[in-house]
Design a protein around this ligand. Structure first.
Ligand code: PLP
Length: 373
């Protein structure tokens, strides 16, 4: 079956004895144990597993092409679980412009726990190889990166990692499996903040890890999910499954509108640079074309002004809301450096837009007005 079909049907039949087309929400925290005693695979206590979580995990694993998935209460909890599956003293290689929340988490929490890290430019394969040492256990891929939209060659990095016996994780939050399938390109584990496009309506917080294989590493992650306790509620999982049914069509809209906005910005005299991998001028364009089916709904651009005017431009929109995060049906934008704060490598004149599903001409007219004459 094709992606669109799987998105609509996968997971519906899991632990749904009523055969209702839409599974019910199961708020119960506890499950009755058989008179003969307890079987390990039985539902027992909701932190360990519940029908709605199992349905969503099955659905997201199917869409990413993985064997198994573990759902978390946020994207960052999923990221934390990846790092907690390593040992103190282990070394990881991460992109220098990794999602800012993950950078903070690694610096402020995981480094105190003894994790060693190198934040590097991942577009240069030799640079990655130069940073590998005997303790390197993990290479973290985020492509396109956030908000600089750097493109990492997934196939090349996973090949390098395999040569050195190093595992790889790809944060696939921005492209989603509609646009990019890292597990097919050799990655071991995919990470999502499901708060973004999977939720799609700016009303759910969640995260997920999807593993190519149900191996020992995944068993460790499952243990951290259950015993770390950062699990999503049954209601959140039910909502996520519901939203995911339309993911393919929402992403097609986001891709199409973002291309239109990127083209408009590219032609605008006040814009000095548009960073969107669909544009042939983007340095990662050729690799992006090879590994992505669509280029996503996020566009970054540099305005030909100082920081004060960049902030003022964002302040002048009428339709586009000023907000962080991304992936909703409504367009949002922000002056990204103010949002990232300490340690940010984002230029002071960069504006990041999450292109929504409004009519693209309305989005373009609003940006045109905000940029001014
Ligand atoms: C938002 C985001 C995260 C963190 O997810 P939360 O759900 O906010 O905890 C991680 N990676 C990327 C790329 C994100 O955009």
């Amino acid at each position: 079956m094709r992606f669109e079909t799987k998105a609509i049907h996968a997971g519906l039949e899991i632990e749904n004895p009523s055969k209702s087309i839409i599974p019910p929400i199961s708020p119960s925290t506890i499950y009755e144990i058989d008179a003969e005693g307890r079987d390990d695979s039985d539902l027992h206590y909701t932190r360990l597993g519940n029908p709605n979580r199992n349905q969503f995990e099955h659905l997201i694993a199917t869409l990413e092409g993985g064997e198994v998935a573990a759902a978390f209460s946020s994207g960052i909890a999923a990221g934390m679980a990846v790092l907690q599956s390593l040992k103190p003293g282990d070394h990881i290689i991460v992109p220098e412009d990794i999602y800012a929340g993950n950078r903070k988490m690694i610096h402020k929490i995981m480094s105190r726990w003894g994790l060693k890290s190198s934040f590097i430019d991942m577009t240069d394969l030799q640079n990655i190889e130069d940073h590998i040492n005997e303790n390197t256990q993990l290479i973290w891929i985020e492509t396109p990166s956030n908000p600089l939209m750097r493109i990492t060659d997934i196939t090349a990095v996973t090949r390098l990692a395999k040569k050195h016996g190093i595992r790889t994780v790809a944060d696939n939050t921005w492209p989603t499996p509609v646009n990019q399938l890292p597990l097919e390109l050799g990655v071991d584990l995919v990470l999502h903040s499901t708060s973004k496009y999977f939720g799609g309506h700016s009303d759910i917080l969640g995260g997920a890890l999807i593993a190519k294989k149900k191996d020992e590493w995944f068993e460790q992650i499952r243990l951290i999910q259950r015993m770390g306790g950062a699990v999503p509620s049954a209601q959140d999982c039910w909502m996520l499954s519901r939203s995911t049914r339309t993911l393919a069509y929402r992403m097609k809209g986001h891709n199409e509108h973002a291309e239109k906005v990127a083209q408009f910005l590219n032609d605008h005299p006040k814009v000095s640079k548009v960073i969107y991998p669909w544009l042939p001028s983007h340095p990662g364009h050729e690799i992006a074309k090879k590994q992505m089916k669509g280029f996503g709904g996020m566009v970054s651009f540099l305005v030909d002004t100082d920081q004060k005017e960049a902030i003022a431009i964002v302040g002048r929109s009428k339709l586009i809301k000023r907000a962080t995060s991304l992936g909703g049906v409504e367009s949002t934008w922000e002056h990204r450096q103010s949002s990232e704060g300490e340690g940010s490598v984002t230029p002071i004149n960069l504006i990041r837009v999450s292109i929504g599903l409004e009519h693209p001409n309305d989005i373009i007219e609003d940006i045109d007005h905000a940029l001014g004459k």
